[in-house]
Design a protein around this ligand. Sequence first.
Ligand code: ADP
Length: 199
Amino acid sequence: MANRLPKGKGTVLLRLDTSTENIDPEGELVYASVMLKAVFPGSFDPPTLGHLNIIERASSLFDELLVVVAENPQKKYLFSVAERVALMRELVRHKHNVTVFIWNSLIVEFMQTRDLRIILRGVRGTDDFSYEFELSMINKALDTTIETIFMTTDPQYFVLRASAVKELAFFQGDVSGMVPPLVGEALKRKYPLQGADPS
Ligand code: ADP
């Protein structure tokens, strides 16, 4: 149902058929409000400045951004899912339209239970793109109503990946340009001494 609503991020300008009941008495242009919600799934093991940059930019494009921290029993993580969620929640606490969830099954199921349609993924380059493209095709095969949107990395985070952060931290390297201080501290607690396994 169309209403006169303030124009916002998800406000779509509609030209309505004036023969319908949604006639604007002062003219034919009225607004319908559409909440644009996107899901940003990932391992976030740990959250990096690259992830946070995507979250920052996406939260200004979408009305609501749901960050979904994956718990895949087939994957080996450095941080437990509880640790990854706690870090992420703290890092996005200042963002009123970002919420953080845990999910241990297919992302399409998470979306179906909440009637969500947009998956957001970040891409650093062509390698990421071919992997992400295949993933999007799998998700499309599982549910044709789901759309994947790719957001290119900010050039300064082009080579930043969580696996490199962990490797550097293991060897006591400086990760301050790659992760926020909170994550840097958490990495120090994981690797207090050289010799732990950086998997
Ligand atoms: P995965 O979900 O494959 O385990 P990650 O948790 O590392 O991957 O990343 C989650 C999402 O963030 C993915 O879409 C990934 O491409 C994206 N991403 C990771 N690092 C960056 C970066 N530096 N710049 C942009 N996007 C990134």
